[in-house]
Ligand binder design. Sequence first.
Ligand code: GLU
Length: 471
Amino acid sequence: MSGIVTRFAPSPTGILHLGSARTALFNWLYARHYGGQFLLRLEDTDQARSTQESADNILSNLKWLGLDWDGDVVIQSQRQKRHQAIAQQLLDMGKAYRCYCTPEELTAMKEEALARGLHPTYDRRWRDRTDQPNAPFVIRLKAPLSGEMAFHDTVQGLVKVDAEHLDDMILLRSDGTPTYMLAVVVDDHDMGVTHIIRGDDHLTNGFRQMNVYTAMGWAVPSMSHIPLIHSDDGAKLSKRHGAIGIEQYRTDGFLPEAICNGLLRLGWSHGNDERIDQAQAIAWFDGTSLSKSAARFDCDKFLSLNGHYLRQRTLSHEGLESLWHDVIHEPLNAAAVPDILSDAACCIGKSILPALAVRATSLCSLRTQLIPYLTPCLENAPVLSGDDGRLLSVLIPLLHGLSPWTADCIEEFLRQWAKTQSISFGAVAKPLRLVLTGQPISPSLTDIMVALGKEITVLRMQNSIDASPCA
Ligand code: GLU
């Protein structure tokens, strides 16, 4: 195993959405590419906004996406004592100090700065004081007072900020709880994180965190700040743009491999390759080729990838079994499948699935197409009268006697029979298709007849002539 350690560090204050899933994916791929470790940490320092529901959502959707993590999930709040110890250590080393400003003082400081047209930062009034009143205090880091701070970001290049733009940030609040800025550095250090890939909304935090690393004399991990995902209208992707939660993509019938492939292409590229499966992604994702410009989310691309992966699954026995499992059991926004499926229904369903997948772009549409094949009779069987009805009545005994019941044999028979009746093959196929599937469009008629089997084929034809209740 290499020494590479990446991590995904979501705050459980909301669900796993496309942007955070992409961050997880990139860190996961990087670790897997180099044979390193991918760690998971729940950053619940904001106890008021953190919820178990969000944590559950994040974990279950990561699992669904196949982004497995190494070791146990680290819960940030359980490491509070360690964070406090580091704050104390910084204090002891003279690299941090106690600040006794009251909230009123801070507000007044802010207003005054704003009134003078200045950036409202803390004025460091306690930085060099040595008195220790018997009053609540916070612990602040002594940030550099002047000069330029710079670090090399693998995506953004050399990034710089004037030290005067960063104030002496709070490390420990007056109630003794650590701030995110302290906890994230201590945890990354303790967890041995070597590479951090995250959204560029954390770039400024990067400078602040750098100050903690420097003060502690710790090695700084490699930093990669990736541009956020934008929608096709150019704005930052948000709820306004519809589905952004991974869970919703799942219930909308997306496959995890399609989501991962789609996310991979948002901000990373390998030539013009669009379809990149997991194995290929692991082989190629070496941390280079991360884009510096914002990626645009395109739902149609995700749908087309989804269609591709639905069909991919039908190409192997295991893939087909997993597709069958998902189309039946996934919690989809689609009609429910019958509670109990007979062996015959499963057999018919599995054999027809590859043909149905040709046209499907989601598990939902696939399930909708599949349902008519899962029961012997169609729920709303069409009733044909007139010429079509007569055609069915004549065909029933002929098909009943047909042998062998193979696609070739059925097709040959129907073509010959159409000829003898001086009608086109289409004129025979159309009513048959309708009574067998309930739909005017379907996969190959003879494939359907083979999948349904002779008995059910004949039964459905029968039901559509005399409309007798299904036996
Ligand atoms: N907890 C932070 C967030 O959810 C991420 C922190 C980080 O990646 O450094 O945005």
